[in-house]
Design a protein around this ligand. Structure first.
Ligand SMILES: [Zn+2]
Length: 277
């Protein structure tokens, strides 16, 4: 833990999946055990801690999706992978650079310095939609930056208007309760799509953004909301979805139709993939 430095990347792994990516914000410092109910003889009182900014992944990455040769290539003591490409149980281990770069590239987070206009660090009060970028230089050096085009997309959708409509439920809401929601997942967009203003729609933070993003609803070729491939776990969620199904989505236009199509196909494939596991 002492070798962590601000800007380093930590992959958060649990239950066979990488579930989040975190950015180290501070070097390690001395700290006492944060959880008082842990068995006293299992963990000592004194330890160390680092601050992280965690970015949960929409779709956790299964260990087996990481190529076996990359997992087996690292046989040094202290590797997160064992000689069969499985996992060594521990709390913090150094990931080989090649595997780290592969994972970031696979998740659509890695990019090269040349095609990323880096924003200045976001202001403290504007980090509600902040998204991490990981930049891999030609020498393999890794740095972090923040989503560059967000402000432009927001101003395209909302302008200076204090009130706007949600493209999915149609409710008029204060702009602070609406988000610029990617119709096609941003991590799957190429650089041209990322620059396309029509890649986003206004969706409310009261629920529409989340149910669309997670595939509980999709939008069909006529621009109508349909029940998505992801099954709602509770009847309250189903009832939220029922209120949306059949609505005409104002953001569905000839320019956005292909992005809605991508969203339908991707969530359908996710469902197939998870049922094969
Ligand atoms: Zn809504």
């Amino acid at each position: 833990m002492d070798s962590l430095a601000p800007g380093d990347i930590v992959f958060n792994y649990a239950d066979s999946h990488i579930r989040a990516i975190s950015e180290v914000l501070s070097p390690a410092r001395r700290a006492s055990k944060p959880y008082k109910n842990l068995a006293a003889n299992t963990w000592g009182e004194a330890g160390r801690e680092v601050s992280l900014r965690m970015h949960p992944l929409d779709s956790p990455l299964h260990l087996k999706e990481i190529p076996l040769e990359l997992r087996k290539a690292w046989k040094q003591k202290g590797s997160p992978f064992n000689k069969n490409g499985g996992i060594n149980q521990a709390y913090l281990l150094e990931l080989p650079t090649e595997a780290g770069c592969w994972i970031m590239d696979h998740l659509g987070l890695a990019t090269t310095p040349n095609n990323v206009p880096i924003d200045p660090a976001p202001a403290k009060d504007s980090d509600e939609n902040e998204e991490l970028f990981i930049i891999v230089g030609p020498d393999g050096q890794v740095t972090t930056a923040h989503r560059p085009e967000h402000a432009r997309l927001k101003s395209f959708l909302f302008g200076q208007r204090p009130v706007n409509g949600c493209a999915l439920c149609g409710k008029e809401l204060p702009t602070s309760l609406l988000v610029a929601s990617h119709i096609k997942k941003r991590s799957h967009c190429d650089s041209h799509e990322r620059g396309d203003l029509h890649i986003v729609m206004a969706a409310c933070a009261l629920g529409c953004d989340a149910v669309y993003e997670r595939g509980y609803i999709t939008v069909d070729t006529h621009g109508l909301v349909q029940q998505g491939p992801r099954a709602p776990e509770t009847h309250h969620l189903q009832s939220y979805i029922n209120d949306l199904v059949g609505r005409q989505v104002t953001a569905h236009t000839p320019r956005t139709a292909k992005y809605f199509e991508w969203h339908r196909d991707w969530h359908r494939q996710q469902l197939t993939r998870s049922s094969q596991r």
